[in-house]
Structures are given as C-alpha cells and as structure tokens.
Design a protein around this ligand. Structure first.
Ligand code: MG
Length: 286
C-alpha cells in the first residue's frame, strides 16, 4: 500500500477559541501548530485565514501564514478557497494568485451547509480552477457528493485541471452525505484509477472515517476544522489528532509519508525551497 498522507486542517472558518482553546487563529499560532503536527507526522496543512478571529480572504494574512510555515518545515501548504469568508470568486482566488501555493482546495459543486447554502456555480468553479492552473497550484477537489466528482472530471476535459486528480471526500456534515462505509466505498468507485483520495469525517465521524481510509489505501485529514473533540466530551488539539492517526497507521502496518514522499505520491513537482523569500511582506515565492 502507498504510504499514508496525513493532512491537518487546524483552523477552518467556523470553530472558535471558546469552543476549543487549542484552536490556532493567528498566522503565528497556525504556523506553530502546523510545525507540531509536522513533527507528529502530518505532511499537508490546510490553511484558513482569520482576522480578529473571524474568517477572512485577506491574501496577505494567507501569505504571512504560508511564509511562517515554510520557515519551520517543508510541509505542503494547501490554501483554502472556501466560500465562508466571502463568496466573491475573485477574492476567493486572491491568495492563490499572490502565493502560488503548491495546493489549494477547490469545491466542485454546491451543498447545503447547516447555516447557509454553499454555492459554487460552474462559473465560480472554473474561475478558481483557472487561477490555480495559472499559479501552478494543484487543486484538492472537495467532494460532498458524487456529482462533484463529475464536475471535477469536467475540469480535466476543459483543460482547467491536470490528472492525476486528488479528491477529498467530506462526510458526516449536516446537509451533505452521511459518514458511512458504503458511501465512502461508493465515492472511491466513482473516481478514475490512479487518482488519490483522502477523507474528512466531520465531528465524531473523523476517527471511523480515518480508520477506513487507512485500510482502503486512502489518505486521511484530521484537525479542529472538522472535529473539536478527541472523544466524547474531551477536547482535542490538532497534534493529538494527528498523533492518533499515526499510531493507528502503525498498528495497521501502514507507513506514514514525509512531505517529500507526499509530493511524489501527489505528483507535485516543485522542490521545497525555504531559502527563497521575496515580495511584499516576506511572501514566500517559488
Ligand atoms: Mg477548509
């Protein structure tokens, strides 16, 4: 089996420090958390930005976070282009245009979130995909149901995304698909061979979905963005959630990928170069 890529999603747009004091919000806090998770075995960090605790699409804050992480370690930085901080596609792509990160998230359809409709028209999806293509950024296709897989494959036919694709199946969110083994299996059967996938179980579904992925040759995303708890009533830290997946992987005979190995598995071709630092505000450039 391929080595396991662990993504940590430490912040998200929704959780608050009142809910979990371990939640990192500032660029400094996120970078320090990312580094602790790297030391535990995470190779990708999925980054959201906050300003005064609230979600923002401010590209400079993303860039500052990206730079601070790259100073500490060679993790793959995956910038969120999610729409909770703002729905304007131009603003959602701003950090991708500025930073040209190795990876960014790309939701390829619309879904009911518990508090709103998360709307991603074909026009928006194509705009974000185009920005990623121009930046040399590999999208992680955020998949909430099977139709979004079709929409991601359409981007390949439109020459707006390159194979092999990488999918993230988000399961267990109110309004989207339930976190069930047969749903996960179904989604993995819909994607082409030679693609890679990871799973994000929401809340208490994070642990069982991660465990399934370990034995199904998938990859795993954990972190406080998706789940604030280690167990019933017990708050987690990001690094605790990463460390638990690493322990499970070892018990199940699955080796954990380093960032360099994750780059090979995902087909990321840019070498890590943390000595290159230029642009306004110490923006990390590649
Ligand atoms: Mg996110």
């Amino acid at each position: 089996m391929e080595k396991l890529i662990i993504t940590v999603a430490p912040t998200g747009s929704v959780p608050t420090k009142v809910q979990n004091p371990h939640l990192p919000l500032t660029p400094q806090e996120i970078a320090e958390t990312a580094y602790r998770c790297y030391n535990e075995g995470a190779s990708i960090v999925h980054v959201h930005a906050r300003r005064d605790g609230r979600p923002t699409l401010d590209a400079e804050i993303f860039a500052q976070t990206h730079g601070l992480i790259a100073q500490r370690c060679d993790m793959i930085v995956q910038i969120s282009t999610g729409g909770r901080a703002g729905t304007d596609p131009v603003a959602r792509a701003a950090a991708v245009r500025l930073i040209k990160p190795e990876m960014a998230s790309l939701t390829t359809g619309s879904v009911n979130f518990p508090d709103r409709v998360y709307e991603n028209s074909f026009e928006t999806i194509e705009y974000l995909a185009t920005a990623m293509k121009k930046a040399g950024t590999k999208p992680e296709m955020e998949i909430f149901d099977g139709s979004m897989i079709n929409n991601a494959l359409r981007l390949v036919r439109q020459d707006l995304a390159s194979e092999p694709l990488h999918f993230n199946f988000v399961l267990g969110l109110l309004g989207a698909q339930p976190a069930m083994a047969k749903i996960l299996l179904h989604l993995t059967e819909l994607i082409p061979a030679h693609t890679t996938w990871t799973v994000s179980g929401i809340g208490r579904h994070q642990l069982p979905m991660a465990t399934l992925a370990l034995v199904m040759s998938g990859h795993v995303r954990v972190g406080l963005e998706d789940n604030l708890y280690y167990g019933p009533g017990e708050l987690a830290s990001n690094e605790q959630l990463v460390a638990r997946v690493v322990r499970l992987a070892r018990e199940l005979g699955r080796e954990v990928a380093s960032p360099a190995e994750a780059r090979r598995i995902l087909g990321l071709h840019r070498p890590y170069r943390n000595h290159l630092c230029c642009g306004a505000g110490g923006v990390q450039q590649w």
